[in-house]
Design a protein around this ligand. Structure first.
Ligand SMILES: NC(=O)C1=CN([C@@H]2O[C@H](COP(=O)(O)OP(=O)(O)OC[C@H]3O[C@@H](n4cnc5c(N)ncnc54)[C@H](O)[C@@H]3O)[C@@H](O)[C@H]2O)C=CC1
Ligand SMILES: O=C(O)CCC(=O)C(=O)O
Length: 366
């Protein structure tokens, strides 16, 4: 059954990591190493079943292949999930056992932060393996990638506003932001700095209170976020929130946010386009984090990172050109851009090991 799935998804490798003493149940999925070692974050989430965790890691890792390709990185796509509740199940042993599992792949997979994981967790992973990014600045790392993801998403937003409305004045428009975690809160801050009206929601009330008191946002209920009169819907929580139930409710003319896998399926992507809503493909918009952490491999440089963030604007513009040229929805145009690069670079047979072998500028020592 699993191999049938992998035949369709095209994954190279899926690894189940288990350590009873440490309470570790994790899955690492390496989707593609054609462009280089597979880089993608680790998500910790209380999945209701192992199947749910497996499906999530398969979708997320495939998304990383496309994200890294469109971002112009010499990296393939992978992702990991840890089954557990980030609020109660974290421990040094858990993350070190996970780090050993990452290490065992010898650099085919390089990890980083995702939902439920922060830079302190990565500190433990780093004790066991070099193949981790988003490590703390004290080790020569780049720290939490989320502010870069948010800043990159802002670049993507400007390109999208420009395409849809003919100007990129962020403050002129109204936003519905779902999810106020590491990325969402920073994104709300950036919108607020530009004078925008922002509706927000999150499961966590403290985060909602912070967005209201510090960034002047208007709080709405978890389900109400789909009904607010916003020009832009910005999903910044989990995936699949653009679906057959929510789409008919959205007033927005633009969907642009940082969450991975926003469209429940391709048919929804087609329907979004039919309704005249401009969808900014998620993996092109939210590539700021991976661009930032990828620089750790050659020795981190913040100025270079900021320059890279701005390429997100051009990547989105290119996707919209392809969409118009080939008369296809934007999600397909993004896939086409990624697949063309993977095919062309695949013919060059890039040495997969090189990227993984050279983490420069890191300061080891525990
Ligand atoms: N951290 C990063 O640099 C990157 C993150 N992403 C994606 O962006 C999204 C957010 O990531 P982070 O901010 O790092 O995660 P996080 O774990 O810090 O924040 C997620 C937030 O979403 C909230 N949430 C979950 N379900 C919700 C719901 N149904 N309604 C409202 N709020 C809900 C949570 O309470 C939490 O505050 C994820 O999809 C992640 O994969 C993508 C690229 C990079
Ligand atoms: O930004 C990161 O933490 C690494 C990349 C990643 O996992 C993502 O872009 O979803």
């Amino acid at each position: 059954m699993i191999f049938e799935t992998l035949d369709t998804t095209g994954h190279e490798q899926v690894v189940f990591c288990h350590n009873k003493d440490a309470g570790l149940k994790a899955i690492i999925a390496v989707h593609s190493t054609v462009l280089g070692p597979a880089l993608g974050g680790t998500r910790m989430w209380p999945y209701r079943s192992e199947d749910e965790a497996l499906n999530d890691v398969l979708r997320l890792s495939r998304g990383m292949t496309y994200k890294n390709a469109v971002a112009g990185l010499n990296l393939g796509g992978g992702k990991a999930v840890i089954i557990g509740n980030p609020a109660t199940d974290k421990s040094e042993a858990l993350f070190r056992a996970f780090g050993q599992c990452v290490e065992s792949l010898g650099g085919r997979y390089i990890t980083a932060e995702d939902v439920g994981i922060d830079v302190n967790d990565m500190e433990y992973v780093y004790r066991e393996t070099e193949y981790v990014t988003g490590v703390h600045q004290v080790h020569g790392g780049s720290g939490d990638p989320s502010p870069f993801t948010a800043y990159g998403a802002l670049q993507g937003l400007m390109a999208t506003l420009s395409k849809k409305f003919g100007d990129e004045e962020v403050g002129k428009y109204t936003y519905a932001v779902q999810g106020l975690g590491h990325v969402g809160m920073e994104y709300v801050k950036l919108l607020n700095e530009r004078g925008a009206k922002v509706f927000v929601t999150d499961i966590n009330k403290e985060l909602v209170d912070k967005a209201v008191s510090e960034y002047g946002a208007e709080a709405v209920g978890l389900d109400e976020i789909y009904d607010v009169p916003a020009d832009v819907y910005s999903p910044c929580a989990l995936g699949g929130t653009v679906n057959e139930n929510t789409l008919p409710r959205l007033k927005a003319k633009v969907i642009c946010g940082a969450a991975n896998n926003q469209l429940a399926n391709n048919a929804i992507g087609d329907e979004v386009a039919k309704r005249g809503i401009l969808y900014a493909p998620d993996y092109a918009v939210n590539a700021g984090g991976v661009m930032n952490v990828s620089l750790e491999i050659d020795g981190y440089n913040r100025e270079r990172a900021m320059r890279m963030m701005r390429t997100i604007y051009h990547n989105l513009s290119r996707i919209y050109e392809i969409s118009e040229r080939d008369n296809i929805p934007t999600y397909q145009a993004a896939d086409r851009l990624a697949e063309e690069r993977i095919a062309a670079m695949g013919k060059l047979k890039l040495p997969m090991g090189r990227g993984a072998a050279r983490f420069k500028g890191r300061i080891r020592g525990h």
